[in-house]
Design a protein around this ligand. Structure first.
Ligand code: HSE
Length: 365
């Protein structure tokens, strides 16, 4: 059985990966070795079979004994350990959820329901670094894969509604604390005039006691139209990833223009995106829906009705599931071939852990 080193299995993405691997029985087909950056020698996680004690995640010699390494430990770890392994001649498969190696010429961004051919070709050509994509990009491609595959996307603009989980575990907790602080300010006067409630809520959100250490601003009851660091052209890095990662995943020789504004909103772990897309041909909506629905097993076309939208096209409906609904599909009044779409996806599943889990299965096939 293939020896697989697993690093960063206790963090947010790592825990979701572990949960998915347990429920898909993935541990039965591999010989897993769990690594730690702080608790070497302690007992490993319960995976339903005997495993060695936790190994030191910075011990390059032990890591070199692995045929595959899966890391959810983050970019700092990757930047420190990966070069030592490669420079030391290790030719195993490195699978990573972090962004550090994504745009490297020696890596492939993995999203196998969309780019399995690119992955297989890369493998045959000697590529050994397979990196999970940015969550927004992966979720957009899971939803719109059918239109890309049909060569119908001339350009697209995506306006995002990104969950707290994308910023980290502490941020998810801070969002809940913010919700609590709002409730605390308003609850005692909820039976009174709404103007007083509104004033109390705004006062609490602007007050010094409102918990904003992680987001830097109120998110509950508000939003933050900025994600990640600035680029030189006025985009944020998150917005830049949209165009660069999408075209790398699809291995497009001529890049498809993609741009938009990335916005943090107060959901826990589902990212949503409102997309304006220019089709190459002025297709009928029924044909657009057929192409979208046939792309993979997880995308689900939601009819453009209020009832279906409220039932199936919200973060609440999607959270914790692998379903990627896409709805609000209609022709826009902006010219031939311009359509709108809205999609929602779990940022920790298809946005992070699932492409990595599936790549592991491909690597040990
Ligand atoms: N960068 C994303 C976000 C999450 O901030 O929502 C990771 O892909």
């Amino acid at each position: 059985m293939v020896k697989v080193g697993i690093v960063g299995w206790r963090g947010m993405v790592g825990s979701v990966l572990m949960e998915r691997m347990r429920s898909e029985n993935d541990f039965q087909g591999i010989d897993p070795v769990f690594f730690t950056t702080s608790q070497a020698g302690q007992k490993g996680p319960d995976i339903g079979k005997e495993i060695p004690v936790l190994q030191d995640g910075f011990d390059v010699e032990i890591l070199k004994g692995m045929e595959v390494i899966v890391s959810c430990q983050g970019s700092d770890y990757t930047k420190k350990v990966h070069p030592q392994l490669r420079e030391g001649g290790w030719n195993g498969v490195w699978i990573d959820a972090a962004s550090a190696l994504r745009m490297s010429e020696k890596s492939i961004i993995v999203l196998d329901p969309v780019n399995r051919e690119v992955i297989d070709k890369g493998f045959d050509a000697g590529i050994r670094d397979f990196i999970g994509g940015n969550c927004t990009v992966s979720l957009m491609l899971m939803a719109l894969g059918g239109l890309f595959e049909a060569g119908q996307v001339e350009w697209l603009s995506t306006m995002t509604y990104q969950a707290a989980s994308g910023a980290g575990a502490k941020n998810m907790k801070e969002l809940v604390s913010q919700m609590g602080a709002i409730n605390e300010a308003a609850q005692p006067i909820l039976d009174g005039p709404v103007a007083a409630v509104d004033t109390a809520v705004a006062g609490a959100m602007r007050g010094d006691a409102f918990p904003t250490d992680n987001f830097g601003a109120p998110l509950a009851g508000s939003l933050i139209p900025w994600i990640d660091s600035p680029m030189e052209n006025g985009q944020t890095r998150e917005e830049w990833k949209g165009v660069s990662e999408t075209n790398k995943i699809l291995e497009n020789e001529t890049p498809i223009p993609i741009d938009g504004i990335c916005v943090r909103i107060g959901t826990m772990r589902c990212h949503s995106q409102a997309i304006t897309l220019k089709l190459k041909d002025d297709l009928e909506i029924a044909e657009v829906e057929r192409l979208l629905a046939s792309a993979n097993d997880w995308v689900k076309v939601v009819p453009n009705t209020k009832e279906a939208t409220l039932k199936d096209l919200t973060p609440t409906a999607v959270t914790g599931t692998l379903t990627v609904p896409v709805g609000r599909i209609r022709k826009m009044n902006l010219g031939p071939g311009v359509i709108s779409l809205f999609t929602v996806g779990d940022q920790l599943l298809w946005g992070a852990a699932e492409p990595v889990r599936r790549m592991l299965n491909i690597a040990v096939e």
